[in-house]
Design a protein around this ligand. Structure first.
Ligand code: SAH
Length: 277
């Protein structure tokens, strides 16, 4: 893929000016030269091919050759709510969630949550989203919402969506691990792959004949708890509102592992995986 650069607004003008970080990146880091071709995107879904016309100290001027809409989004909205892991692990989570196509990331505030980690300011997180989008070819930026309290988050998403909470309380049953509350195994109405099982509730999947593909519209939302885990109160609040619990196997995963495993598992369906040879 050609070198990609982000501009806040591409519009329809035949020329585009890059400033700030992106101009610096183009001229100093990528060593792009006059006359080189690059790709520009503005986070609205549009990308364009452009040629470098002038490289100044603080700005770069390009002329647009060709504009196109290149859709690399998931076929349904996917929201990820998560406590923020600390340090590099937060950056890792934001970058990988962007690469995997998450529509919106919601930082969650929990009963057992510590303070928001240092360095977790929205501007920095948005910068990571842009960098990951440049790298992976995404043309729509993952939205980063303001931090939300657990119950506000639960109430925000309507029942028609698939709404899942990752919660580790594995109960060994034969060859599979199923999720249940405190030792109660839930077998009814679940669907899943391998050792992953969803507990039952009023269930958008049931309405769609259990087909994950059809049930993904009007969207999915998944939530991951903090390092200290979700409290019983938080789990109960979610169940009352019809959210379902999902187990991810018998090991306790770190926040970012649980979040990314869920995103990958639920978005990379048969249609997006190609085997050859
Ligand atoms: N000590 C906590 C572990 C928290 S791990 C506890 O026992 O609950 C942080 C978060 O990652 C959890 O709140 C949960 O949302 C998710 N998670 C980690 N391992 C998981 C697993 N095996 N299944 C489902 N969710 C898991």
């Amino acid at each position: 893929m050609a070198d990609r650069f982000y501009v806040p607004y591409l519009g329809t003008s035949p020329s585009v000016r890059l400033e700030g970080d992106e101009a610096h990146h183009l001229s100093r880091v990528s060593r792009v030269r006059l006359g080189d071709r690059v790709q520009l995107f503005d986070g609205s879904g549009v990308q364009c091919e452009a040629v470098v016309e002038r490289v100044g100290k603080r700005e770069v001027l390009l002329s647009v050759l060709h504009r196109e809409t290149a859709d690399r989004e998931l076929p349904f909205p996917f929201h990820l709510g998560s406590a923020l892991p600390k340090g590099d692990r937060l950056q890792f989570l934001i970058e990988k969630a962007t690469e995997l196509g998450v529509t919106r990331f919601v930082p969650l505030v929990h009963d057992r949550g510590t303070q928001q980690p240092r360095g977790a300011n929205p501007d920095r997180m948005r910068r990571w989203v842009i960098e990951a989008s440049k790298q992976c070819g995404r043309n729509v930026l993952m939205e980063i919402s303001d931090p939300v309290q657990w119950e506000g988050f639960l109430d925000f998403f309507p029942r028609g969506m698939i709404r899942l909470i990752a919660h580790p309380s594995p109960v060994r049953t034969g060859e599979t691990w199923e999720m249940g509350e405190k030792g109660r195994t839930e077998k009814r109405g679940g669907f899943g792959k391998g050792h992953v099982r969803f507990g039952p509730s009023d269930d958008p999947l049931a309405a769609s004949g259990g087909q994950l593909g059809a049930a993904r519209q009007p969207g999915m939302v998944v939530a991951v708890g903090p390092e200290g885990g979700l409290t019983e109160r938080e789990v109960a609040r979610a169940r009352e509102r019809g959210w379902r619990l999902i187990g991810l196997g018998p090991r306790i995963l770190r926040v970012e592992t649980a979040a990314l495993a869920l995103v990958a598992m639920l978005t990379l369906g048969d249609e997006s995986i190609h085997l050859s040879g």
